[in-house]
Design a protein around this ligand. Structure first.
Ligand code: ATP
Ligand code: MG
Length: 401
């Protein structure tokens, strides 16, 4: 009984070989791809490898050459198994034998036992020529792949440019009509266009809430588009980080569900710094908004503001579901959401953290995520996520890349 790796793209042949090998008492690992075959060979350390010559990605000759360069597989027989491949080329690149398709099912198990027992086919004296021809084919293959990669890269760059332009256009197209809507709504609510009935007031309040939500999405789209194209203008003035954080908390609390429990530990002293308080406040709102959005009813949000080393920090911990380790960096990519499906439970476009990170980095800080939290916030250790948002204490303005 031996571990046999079989690399073959035709499912019918794969099944047949597997059946014959299992019947002879062997353990079979198979794959339809040459690249995956090389990976599997390293992992399962087979005692024999059967490789079809006409597999996609790396062909059988290339796989054999590659397997021969892996020291742990020294001495492991590699046998080509093919209808069209060339025996002498297979032997020249390092195969130990050659089985012609269609397979002779009655003799197959014995042939395999022979290779496992040490049988090796000898190459004839065309080996050097075959090897050279094979090297030339590999270089041709490589040339074609490099060409394809360059083309694919150019297409990706073009798509990235279109995406940037789309983001820019769509954010302007959405933001522009908002201006008169917001303006007239305010006039109506303030009673400047005539007295209102109670019912009208209620309707307008509802319209206003929806408009605010729409406004916040278009603002984020505009911000991220401006940051991506390097057109974002930052103001540069003195402000108190601690005070700004209190404003951001108050803003988020005002519209958060009242089923959450809040603990807020403000900074004991003012935290003066310099930068663009409007944008930093929006970054804070995004982080706080996430904590409230992802924490289920009855859950907790703990906020603490403090100075630490050269930075001022806003720490926001929540009792929500947390973020899987594999996604902890990806959530900072524009539009990435851990749950991007249409059936997801929470709203949003996936731009909040991208914006928050870029703005804070422009002011010498950044945004970090721990899930589950690795430190106490407000003297407590919650189970969900801790997001730390920091900016430098001292003046620091670096234009975003
Ligand atoms: N506190 C958190 N708990 C759990 N998951 C989070 C938390 N904060 C962020 N995430 C995950 O990171 C993703 C990206 O967050 P981000 O704020 O960038 O976008 P969003 O909240 O989905 O949309 P937007 O902020 O644009 O309204 C979220 O969709 C969510 O999957
Ligand atoms: Mg968000």
């Amino acid at each position: 009984m031996a571990r046999v790796l079989h690399i073959e793209d035709d499912p019918h042949s794969r099944r047949l070989v597997s059946k014959l090998l299992v019947r002879a008492g062997h353990e079979v690992f198979d794959t339809e791809s040459g690249l995956e075959g090389v990976r599997l060979a390293r992992r399962v350390r087979p005692e024999l490898v059967l490789v079809d010559i006409n597999v996609p990605d790396l062909d059988g000759y290339e796989v054999t050459l590659r397997l021969r360069s892996i020291r742990e597989l020294d001495g492991v027989p590699v046998v080509a198994i093919t209808a069209e491949g060339d025996r002498q080329t297979s032997l020249a690149v390092g195969a130990d034998g050659f089985i012609t398709k269609p397979i002779d099912a009655r003799r197959f198990a014995d042939t395999i036992a022979g290779f496992l027992g040490g049988h090796r086919e000898a190459a004839d004296d065309t080996g050097e020529l075959k090897l050279r021809e094979q090297s030339q084919r590999i270089v041709g293959h490589l040339e074609q792949k490099v060409g394809e990669l360059l083309e694919a890269n150019a297409r990706l760059e073009e798509m990235a440019r279109l995406r940037r332009e789309f983001l820019q256009n769509v954010s302007h197209e959405l933001a522009t009509p908002m201006t008169p809507v917001v303006g007239y709504l305010k006039l109506l609510i303030d009673g400047e266009l005539g007295p209102l009935t109670g019912l009208q007031r209620k309707c307008l309040a509802s319209i206003e809430r929806s408009t605010r939500r729409l406004r916040s999405v278009t603002d984020t789209l505009l911000d991220v588009s401006a940051l991506e194209s390097g057109r974002m203008q930052f103001s540069d003035r003195d402000y108190d980080f601690a005070d700004l954080a209190s404003q951001a908390v108050a803003e988020v609390q005002a519209s958060a569900r009242d089923t959450l429990t809040w603990t807020i530990v403000p900074s004991p002293t003012p935290l003066p710094t310099t930068g663009d308080p409007e944008k930093v406040r929006r970054a804070m709102v995004h982080v706080l908004d996430n904590a409230t959005k992802f924490t289920p009813d009855g859950g907790e949000v703990v906020v603490e503001v403090r100075a630490e080393g050269p930075l001022h920090w806003l720490l926001v911990a929540d009792g929500g579901p947390g973020i899987p380790g594999s996604l902890r960096e990806r959530i900072f990519e524009p539009f990435f959401q851990a749950d991007g499906s249409v059936t997801r439970q929470h709203g949003g476009v996936g731009l909040g953290l991208a914006f928050a990170r870029q703005v804070t980095e422009a002011f010498g800080g950044g945004v970090e995520v721990q899930s589950p939290p690795e430190e106490d916030v407000g003297g407590r250790r919650l189970s969900g996520t801790l997001v730390r948002l920091g900016v430098a204490r001292a003046r620091h303005l670096r234009p975003p890349a």
